[in-house]
Write a protein that binds this ligand. Structure first.
Ligand code: ATP
Ligand code: MG
Length: 425
C-alpha cells in the first residue's frame, strides 16, 4: 500500500463540510470589507522568500521545500502567501491602477516542520493583505474583521494579542538594549537563541524554551522604545479597538516569525489547542513592497490558520454530514434506466440525490438508504412500472405515498420541497 507523505494529510468528507463553512464565511466577510480575490501559484522563486521572510528565520533556515530546476534555478513551494501577493502587486503593477489594493487568497502553504497536532507540512491559510494605507484605522479594521470572523463561527475562548515592532527609525535602539541583555544572559540561552542573538536578536523573544523565557523575563519591551509616530499609531489602534470593545492583550514578546513586520503585529490565540495556540496572525509590513523592488507603499495583512480553526470548531461540534434528499431504489434493468433518468433530473433541480444502479435486492438497498441517512426512498420495480406508479417512502415517518410515473419528477419535486421553498415559489 502506498501511504501519504509524512506531515501531509487527507481531509475527509466528514471534516470537509466544516472547512467549506470556514472558507465561505471568510470569503463573504472579506468581500463585505472590500477585499477582492487573487489566486496565486504555489511555486515561486526561492529568492522571493529569502528576501522577504528573512534569511535568519526558522522558515528560511530550515522549513522551506526548495529544489533546483534542470537549469539550476532554485524554486520553493510557498511557505506563506504575503510574499507572493506582494510579488504580484509589483509584477502586475496593481499599484499603478490604484495603490490601494485589498486582496485575499485561500490555499495551501508548505513548511518542513516537525509534524504534530496543529502543525502540518501542508496546511491551509486564508490571507488578507491591504496595500497603500498608512492609517491606524486599517490596522484596527483588520483586527476587527478577524474578530468578527471568529464570532460568526462561534469560536469561543480567543484572545487578541498585540504589539508594536516599531520602524527602522526606532527599532535599532531597542535592538541595542535587547542585545545588551542577551550578552549578559548568554549562559541561560538555548543553542538556537545563541545563534539568533547574533543574527536576529528579536527572534529570541519568541523562543518557547522555558529557560530562555525565564532569562528574558524582564527583557526590554519594544513599545517603550517607539518613536513619536509609531507610538501615536499604536495608541490609536488600541483606542479604536477599545471603543469597539474588542478584548486584547498587549504582548511585548510578540515578534512573529518573519522579518518584514513593522509597527502593529498581532495574533489571535486560543487556550484550547495546547502548544499550537495561534489561529491567526498578522501585522504591518510598510517596507516590504519597496524592498522587493516596488514603489514605497505601506501594507498590512493577516493569515488565518484554517487547519487549527477547523480543529477548534470540530472540538465544539461535529456537524452531521449531508444526507440525500432522495434515494432511488430500482429493481430490474427497466427500472434502473428510469432511476438513472430521474436521478439526473432531480439532481439538476437541486435535490441531493442518490440512486443504486447495481441491481441489488430491495432489502440491501433499503439498508444502504438507511445507513446514509436518506430522507425519502423512491422504490421502483417491475410491478410498479406495470402499474404506472412508484412508492415514495419517508424514512422518518415510514409513511408511503404512491407517485404516478407520468410526470414523476414534477410530483417528487413538489413533495421534496420544504414548506418555505414552496411559499417563495
Ligand atoms: P506558529 O507560531 O504556531 O508556528 P507561525 O507564526 O509560524 O505560527 P504564521 O506564519 O503567522 O504562523 O501563519 C499564520 C497561521 O498559520 C498561524 O497562526 C497558524 O494558525 C497557521 N500555521 C502556521 N504554521 C502551520 C503549520 N505548520 N500547520 C498548521 N497551521 C500552521
Ligand atoms: Mg511557525
Amino acid at each position: 500500500m502506498i501511504q501519504r507523505v509524512k506531515g501531509f494529510r487527507d481531509i475527509l468528507p466528514d471534516e470537509a463540510e466544516t472547512w467549506r463553512q470556514v472558507e465561505n464565511t471568510a470569503v463573504g466577510l472579506l468581500q463585505d470589507f472590500g477585499f477582492s480575490e487573487i489566486r496565486l501559484p504555489v511555486l515561486e522563486k526561492a529568492e522571493l522568500f529569502q528576501r522577504s521572510i528573512g534569511a535568519h528565520t526558522d522558515i528560511v533556515e530550515k522549513e522551506m521545500y526548495t529544489f533546483p530546476t534542470s537549469k539550476g534555478e532554485m524554486l520553493t513551494l510557498r511557505p506563506e502567501a504575503t510574499a507572493s501577493v506582494v510579488r504580484a502587486y509589483i509584477e502586475q503593477k496593481l499599484y499603478a491602477k490604484d495603490p490601494v489594493q485589498k486582496l485575499y487568497t485561500l490555499g495551501p502553504m508548505f513548511r518542513r516542520e516537525r509534524p504534530q497536532k496543529g502543525r502540518y507540512r501542508q496546511f491551509y491559510q486564508i490571507n488578507a493583505e491591504a496595500f497603500g494605507m498608512e492609517s491606524p484605522c486599517i490596522d484596527a479594521q483588520m483586527i476587527f474583521l478577524l474578530w468578527t470572523f471568529f464570532e460568526k463561527l462561534s469560536v469561543p475562548g480567543l484572545t487578541v494579542c498585540i504589539n508594536s515592532l516599531g520602524c527602522p527609525a526606532c527599532r535599532p535602539r531597542f535592538k541595542e538594549a535587547l542585545t545588551g541583555l542577551l550578552a549578559e544572559k548568554s549562559k541561560d540561552l538555548c543553542a538556537d537563541c545563541l545563534r539568533r542573538r547574533d543574527k536576529n536578536p528579536l527572534r529570541v523573544l519568541d523562543c518557547k524554551v522555558p529557560s530562555c523565557r525565564a532569562a528574558l523575563a524582564d527583557a526590554p519591551a519594544m513599545i517603550d522604545y517607539l518613536c513619536e509616530d509609531c507610538d501615536r499609531h499604536f495608541k490609536t489602534v488600541l483606542s479604536l479597538l477599545e471603543k469597539q470593545t474588542i478584548p486584547f492583550r498587549i504582548d511585548p514578546r510578540l515578534v512573529r516569525g518573519l522579518d518584514y513586520y513593522t509597527r502593529t503585529a498581532f495574533e489571535i490565540q486560543t487556550e484550547q489547542l495546547g502548544a499550537q495556540n495561534a489561529v491567526a496572525g498578522g501585522g504591518r509590513y510598510d517596507g516590504l513592497v519597496e524592498a522587493l523592488g516596488g514603489p514605497k507603499q505601506p501594507a498590512i495583512g493577516f493569515a488565518i490558520g484554517a487547519d487549527r480553526l477547523v480543529e477548534l470548531m470540530l472540538q465544539q461540534r461535529r456537524p452531521p454530514g449531508p444526507v440525500p434528499d432522495v434515494f432511488i431504489a430500482p429493481m430490474g434493468d427497466q427500472a434502473i434506466e428510469k432511476a438513472y433518468a430521474w436521478s439526473c433530473a432531480l439532481a439538476v433541480l437541486g435535490f441531493r440525490t442518490e440512486a443504486d444502479f447495481e441491481n441489488k435486492s430491495l432489502k440491501a438497498m433499503m439498508k444502504r438508504a438507511d445507513r446514509i441517512g436518506a430522507l425519502q426512498v423512491l422504490i421502483v420495480g417491475e410491478e410498479e412500472l406495470a402499474e404506472g406508479a412508484v412508492i415514495l417512502r419517508n424514512m422518518k415517518t415510514k409513511q408511503q405515498a404512491s407517485i404516478p410515473i407520468n410526470g414523476l419528477v414534477d410530483h417528487v419535486k413538489r413533495l421534496l420541497m420544504r414548506p418555505s421553498e414552496i411559499k417563495t415559489g
